[in-house]
Design a binder for this molecule. Structure first.
Ligand code: FAD
Length: 395
């Protein structure tokens, strides 16, 4: 019976283990942590955005995005849904295509995968960190590297998979944190820590508009977070890695244009002359943000509405729709949900995930230079690549 060693009991490793064990192979999974699937457990704020109904290579960043095509064709949403239903994991498909477990609990996903693997006879060795890949390969017929990326080091994120790949001469695409918060070079922004609102963020690379996202924006004591920021963070992180100038423009009221907004403020000021300028803004944006926006513009908070002349209304409106900050860094791998870069996929067979440098050595999941958008795509590739490796190993 073929002996298989899988390094990493995360999403891709567990799925690969299950399909290898279903074909009656002898499977050992080595996990450095005391507990398996720690990233699944925290994913999607404890709800686990498990996959997406619509998946295409466009949902992935990689030096070679077409790499994902064949594995996702063989194990995309339909196949994942079938597998999930076999183990009783019912899915809740949201209107926008995101998929969650019906239980709404990441815990149920981790627990079902783990228990199914154990029932199939997979031997799971927790608290066991693999340090020598060549020794492991000598002991087993097949070794699967499913060690993930450096993201979220407190959950097990590390570079081990990259070191293993290098031992076999693999090229590594430089890694960077993604789905990560951004540091802003602005004390005003830091002072707004805790303030949150829905808005639009535009990423500026070398002062040119790069991409725009709408969603929650959360100010923190180091910069900004929130979905609008996380969605831009891949491009921002890459640009920072390449020493480009990175900035953001925040539009606090995407439903307005400057003319409409300044006219609204001027009218309100006329009707409520005894209001302060802070009162005028408080009806549209959180007071904390209004307070520091005015501080940034050097406008006294107590300025009476009757003193808001047209030019001043325009100045405030422009700042609300295009508030610029310099990005100094990302919040780093420790806080990132995922990591970009990784093992160069040109040296991996896209159908089997086998290394083109070393026979019987497989790589799957986030250790590869494949990064998904937010929306369940990272798990989608973890499942698809784990399945592709298992199919190749068992045939
Ligand atoms: C906070 C957070 C929320 C997320 N939410 C979502 C979401 O909702 N939807 C989504 O699609 N993606 C989400 N992700 C991303 C997703 O979790 C990962 O893309 C996915 O887990 C990658 O699977 P993997 O198998 O490649 O690696 P992992 O799941 O990271 O598993 C790798 C495993 O290998 C182990 N390991 C590493 N080195 C060794 C070694 N030398 N020896 C033994 N074991 C080792 C690690 O401890 C780890 O358990 C989230 C990530 C984080 C951090």
């Amino acid at each position: 019976m073929k002996k298989v060693a899988i390094i990493g009991a995360g999403a891709s490793g567990l799925l690969c283990a299950i399909f290898c064990a279903k074909a009656s192979l002898d499977v050992d999974v080595y996990e450095q942590n005391d507990k398996c699937a720690k990233k699944i457990l925290v994913s999607g704020n404890g709800r686990c955005n498990i996959t997406n109904r619509e998946i295409s290579p466009n949902d992935f960043f990689s030096n070679h995005p077409s790499f994902v095509q064949s594995s996702l064709e063989n194990f995309g949403f339909k196949e994942f849904e079938k597998f999930a239903s076999e183990i009783g994991l019912l899915l809740d498909v949201k209107e926008d295509g995101r998929v969650y477990p019906l239980s709404n609990e990441a815990k149920s996903v981790a627990s079902l995968l783990l228990n199914y693997a154990k029932i199939l006879g997979v031997k799971i060795h927790t608290d066991t960190k693999i340090t020598e890949i060549k020794t492991l390969l000598a002991k087993y017929d097949v070794v699967v590297v499913a060690t993930g990326s450096q993201a979220a080091s407190h959950l097990g994120g590390n570079e081990d998979g990259l070191s293993f790949a290098k031992e076999f001469g693999h090229n590594i695409i430089p890694t960077y944190p993604s789905l990560v918060q951004l540091h802003l070079d602005s004390t005003i922004a830091h002072k707004m820590s805790g303030a949150k609102m829905y808005g639009e963020v535009t990423l500026l690379i070398n002062h040119k508009k790069d991409s725009t996202c709408q969603g929650d924006i959360l100010f923190t004591n180091y910069g900004v977070s929130g979905f609008a920021v996380l969605d831009l963070s891949q491009r921002a992180s890459m640009a920072l890695m390449n020493f480009e100038h990175v900035g953001i423009s925040i539009n606090l009221l995407p439903a307005f244009n400057a003319q409409k907004l300044s006219a609204h403020m001027s009218n309100l000021a006329k009707n409520m002359p005894k209001f302060s300028v802070t009162d005028i803004l408080a009806g549209m944006i959180p007071i904390k943000i209004a307070h520091f926006l005015l501080e940034d513009l050097k406008i006294p908070h107590a300025l009476k509405a009757e003193e808001i002349h047209t030019k001043l209304a325009k100045k405030i409106a422009n700042a609300m729709l295009n508030w610029r900050f310099e990005v100094s860094a990302t919040h780093g791998f420790r806080h990132a949900e995922v990591g970009g870069g990784g093992v160069d996929v040109r040296e991996i067979n896209p159908k089997t995930m086998e290394s083109l440098k070393q026979k019987n050595l497989y790589f799957c999941g986030e250790v590869l230079d494949v990064l998904g958008r937010r929306g369940g795509y990272n798990f989608a590739f973890a499942w698809a690549s784990g399945y592709a490796a298992a199919q190749a190993i068992t045939h």
